[in-house]
Design a protein around this ligand. Structure first.
Ligand SMILES: *[C@@H]1O[C@H](CO)[C@@H](O)[C@H](O)[C@H]1NC(C)=O
Ligand SMILES: *[C@@H]1O[C@H](CO)[C@@H](O)[C@H](O)[C@H]1NC(C)=O
Ligand SMILES: *[C@@H]1O[C@H](CO)[C@@H](O)[C@H](O)[C@H]1NC(C)=O
Ligand SMILES: *[C@@H]1O[C@H](CO)[C@@H](O)[C@H](O)[C@H]1NC(C)=O
Length: 620
C-alpha cells in the first residue's frame, strides 16, 4: 500500500521533471497555455451571458467597486472611476439629445490622447454605438476616405486639429456631415461647439436598455490599419475581440494595484485595446499622456509610481538615447509590454534602467493570431507550443519573395517552412480565431484571406509577415512583406504613398518603399520616380504636395529618379532590389533627392548629407 503510494507520488513528481528535461521550457509553455485557455473561456462565458457582459460592463463594475480610486491621470488632473463614469454619461446624453446619435450609429473621433477621447468612447458604447478612431496624423484625401468608409455621420474634433478639418470642411458638408468641436476657442462657422452643452448635461446613468441586444459580435470600435495595400482600412473590432485585447495585460500578471503608463496613440490597438482597456479590465490606474516624450518618460514614471509601461521598438531606442542620469534606476516599473524590441537595444535598456520584465508580443489589429514572449529568450516574440498550435491552427509556410506569393506543391497546396527558414505566417479562420475583415472593403478583406493552404477549400488569414521558428521552438519576427513598412511606430502602405505621388504633374509613375537607416528602427520612406516626358523635377512643388497630403511618418524622405521603373512578370512594381540599394549617392547612379524638412524642399543628396544622416547629425 505504502509502496504503491510512494511510487505514485514519485511518478507524479517525476512527470514535470521528465518534461522539463525533454524541453526546459515545458513548464513555462504549459503555464502560459493554461492562462490563455482560461482567458478565452472567460471571454466565451461573457459572450453567452444575457445581457452581454462587455468591457463597458466591467468598467461599470469597477466604478461600483472603487468609485473614488484614481482612474485617469492626465496633465496634473486626476479623474476617479466615478468622475469618468459621470462625465461619459454627460457626453452620451449630449450625443443623444443634441447630436442626434441613435443606436448603431458610428461616432468618428478625431481626438488626441486626452480624457475626452475616453468620455466619447464610453459615451458612444453606452448608447450601443460604435466609435471610429481616426489617426490624427492623416489629412486631406485620406481623412475623407477614413471618415467615409466607417459610415459615420458625426465627426468629433479636438481643438488641435481644427485646421486639418478646415481643409476638408466643404467636402464634409457636401456629404451632410456635421462637425462638432469640443473646445473653448473660436470655432468655424457651421460647426457646433459641444463643450458648453456637455457641462450642462445631466450625469445620471444611461439606462442599460439603450444598449440591449448588443452581443459579442456587435462592432465596438473601428481601428484603422494600413493593411497591405491602398488607403487605410477600418478594421472591425467587435466586443469579443476588444475583450481579447483587454485580457493581455491580465494574462501577464497586471492587477488592480498597477499603474499603467499609456503614451502610445489610442487610435491604435496597442494603446487602446491592450493598454487602456487592459488597465480598465483589471481596475488599475492609467497615466495618460498626449504624446510619448523621451525626456519626460522617467519623470512621469517616478512621479506617478508607474509599474507597467508599453513600448514599440522606437520607444526603447529613444529612451536609451537620452543622456544618462544618476536616477535612471530610481523607478517602480516592473513590467514592459510591446513589440519591435531589438536584442541589442533591449540589453542596453536593461543595463541602464534595471530589472524590468519584458513581454514582447506579436499581433496585428485585424489578425487572428498572436504570440507573447513569456520566457527569457532575447529576440524571440514567442514560443511554438504544440497545444497552442493545435488550438489556433497557425502555420509558417514557404514563401517566394520574388513572385510575392506562397510556394505551392504539385497539388497546389502550401508547404510548411523548415526550422530556421523564414516563412509566411498564416492562421486558419475559424470560430476560435475569427477574422472580421475591413468595413465596406470586400476586396481588401478577400486579399487577406488565403485559400487551399493545406487542404482544398480551407481558408487562412494571411498575416503578411515573415516569421521563423528555431530548433528550440522560439518564434522570431523576420520581416514584413513589401507592401508596407513601419516608421516611427506607424505602418505605411506603399500603394497609398505611390498614389499620392502619382498625382504630381511632373511624375508619370511612382514606386514607394521603405529603406533602413542604421541606428533607426523600421524603414524610412523612399520612392523611385519616373518623370513625365519633357518634364523637369520641380522640387518645391513636389515637396509642398507631399507635405500637405502625407503625414510626417509616411513622406518619402528620399526620391530616386529613374528612366523606367522595373516591374515583375505579373506587372507588380519591383521593390526588393531598390530596398537593398538604399540611398547612398556613392553607389547609385540615378539622381537622388532628400526631403529637407527645415527648408521644406527636396535637395540633391550629397555625400555630406548622406554622412550626416548616418552619423545621426541630421535628425530624421
Ligand atoms: C444632403 O442633404 C440634402 C438636404 O436634406 C439632400 O438634398 C442631399 O441629397 C443630401 N446629400 C447627401 C450626399 O446625402
Ligand atoms: C464653447 O463653449 C464653451 C463652454 O460653454 C465656451 O466657454 C466657449 O466660449 C465656446 N466657444 C465658442 C467659440 O463659442
Ligand atoms: C508613490 O509611492 C511612494 C512610496 O511608496 C509614496 O510615498 C507616494 O505617495 C506615491 N505617489 C503617488 C503619486 O502615488
Ligand atoms: C523576452 O522576455 C525576457 C524576460 O522578460 C527578456 O529578457 C527578453 O529580452 C524578451 N525578449 C524580447 C525580444 O524582448
Amino acid at each position: 500500500m505504502y509502496a504503491l503510494l510512494a511510487t505514485l507520488i514519485a511518478s507524479v513528481a517525476i512527470v514535470p521533471l521528465l518534461l522539463h528535461w525533454l524541453s526546459p521550457y515545458f513548464i513555462q509553455d504549459f503555464r502560459y497555455f493554461i492562462i490563455v485557455v482560461r482567458k478565452s473561456f472567460e471571454v466565451k462565458s461573457y459572450a453567452r451571458s444575457v445581457p452581454y457582459y462587455s468591457v463597458l460592463d466591467r468598467f461599470l463594475d469597477m466604478v461600483n467597486k472603487h468609485p473614488d480610486k484614481p482612474y485617469i491621470i492626465f496633465e496634473h488632473k486626476t479623474y476617479t472611476y466615478r468622475d469618468v463614469d459621470k462625465q461619459s454619461n454627460k457626453v452620451a446624453r449630449v450625443l443623444m439629445e443634441h447630436v442626434g446619435v441613435k443606436r448603431d450609429d458610428v461616432v468618428a473621433l478625431f481626438l488626441s490622447n486626452e480624457p475626452a477621447f475616453i468620455w466619447f468612447w464610453l459615451g458612444s458604447v453606452k448608447l450601443g454605438c460604435a466609435a471610429a478612431f481616426l489617426n490624427y496624423n492623416i489629412r486631406a484625401k485620406s481623412l475623407l476616405h477614413c471618415f467615409a468608409c466607417c459610415g459615420a455621420k458625426v465627426l468629433i474634433v479636438g481643438s488641435e486639429f481644427k485646421s486639418t478639418v478646415e481643409e476638408v470642411l466643404s467636402e464634409l458638408r457636401e456629404q451632410n456631415v456635421t462637425v462638432y468641436f469640443i473646445d473653448d476657442g473660436s470655432i468655424m462657422p457651421g460647426c457646433i461647439n459641444l463643450s458648453g452643452k456637455i457641462n450642462q448635461a445631466s450625469d445620471e446613468p444611461i439606462p442599460q436598455s439603450q444598449r440591449k441586444d448588443i452581443t459579442s459580435k456587435s462592432t465596438a470600435v473601428y481601428i484603422y490599419t494600413s493593411g497591405t495595400t491602398g488607403l487605410p482600412k477600418a478594421a472591425i473590432i467587435n466586443h469579443a475581440r476588444l475583450w481579447l485585447g483587454a485580457c493581455v495585460l491580465g494574462s501577464i500578471g497586471v492587477n488592480s494595484k498597477d499603474v499603467v503608463y499609456v503614451n502610445l496613440p489610442m487610435y491604435h490597438s496597442a494603446g487602446f485595446m491592450l493598454g487602456f482597456n487592459g488597465a480598465t479590465a483589471e481596475g488599475a490606474t492609467v497615466i495618460l499622456r498626449r504624446k510619448f516624450s523621451a525626456s519626460q518618460f522617467w519623470d512621469d514614471c517616478r512621479k506617478y509610481n508607474v509599474t507597467v509601461i508599453q513600448y514599440i521598438g522606437e520607444v526603447l531606442r529613444y529612451l536609451c538615447n537620452v543622456p544618462k542620469k544618476d536616477n535612471d534606476r530610481d523607478h517602480m516599473v516592473r513590467l514592459a509590454i510591446g513589440n519591435g524590441a531589438r536584442p541589442e537595444v533591449w540589453k542596453e535598456f536593461l543595463n541602464r534602467f534595471g530589472k524590468i520584465v519584458v513581454r514582447e508580443f506579436y499581433g496585428a489589429t485585424e489578425g487572428n493570431i498572436g504570440f507573447v514572449n513569456y520566457t527569457n529568450k532575447i529576440g524571440a516574440v514567442g514560443r511554438q507550443f504544440f497545444l497552442h498550435k493545435l488550438a489556433a491552427s497557425y502555420a509558417i509556410i514557404k514563401y517566394d519573395s520574388e513572385k510575392e506569393e506562397p510556394i505551392r506543391n504539385s497539388q497546389g497546396l502550401c508547404i510548411p517552412a523548415a526550422r530556421g527558414e523564414p516563412g509566411l505566417l498564416v492562421c486558419k479562420i475559424s470560430s476560435m480565431s475569427p477574422f472580421s475583415g475591413y468595413v465596406k472593403n470586400e476586396k481588401q478583406t478577400e486579399k487577406k484571406k488565403l485559400k487551399n493552404v493545406f487542404r482544398k477549400g480551407d481558408l487562412y488569414f494571411n498575416s503578411g509577415d515573415l516569421l521563423k521558428v528555431d530548433k528550440d521552438n522560439f518564434i522570431y519576427f523576420n520581416d514584413r512583406l513589401g507592401e508596407t513598412f513601419r516608421w516611427k511606430g506607424e505602418n505605411v502602405a506603399t500603394t497609398e504613398v505611390s498614389d499620392i505621388l502619382s498625382m504630381v504633374d511632373c511624375f508619370e509613375e511612382a514606386n514607394a518603399y521603405g529603406v533602413s537607416v542604421p541606428g533607426n528602427e523600421g524603414r524610412i520612406g523612399m520612392a523611385a520616380i519616373k518623370l513625365r516626358e519633357g518634364k523637369e523635377f520641380e522640387s518645391n512643388k513636389v515637396c509642398k504636395h507631399v507635405m500637405s497630403h502625407l503625414p510626417g511618418y509616411a513622406r518619402p524622405r528620399f526620391l530616386r529618379i529613374q528612366n523606367s521603373l522595373e516591374i515583375t512578370g505579373t506587372f507588380k512594381q519591383m521593390k526588393g532590389k531598390l530596398v537593398k540599394e538604399g540611398f547612398n549617392p556613392a553607389t547609385i547612379q540615378d539622381p537622388l533627392y532628400f526631403l529637407d524638412e527645415s527648408t521644406k524642399n527636396y535637395v540633391p543628396i550629397t555625400q555630406e548629407i548622406y554622412n550626416s544622416i548616418l552619423s545621426k547629425e541630421m535628425k530624421l
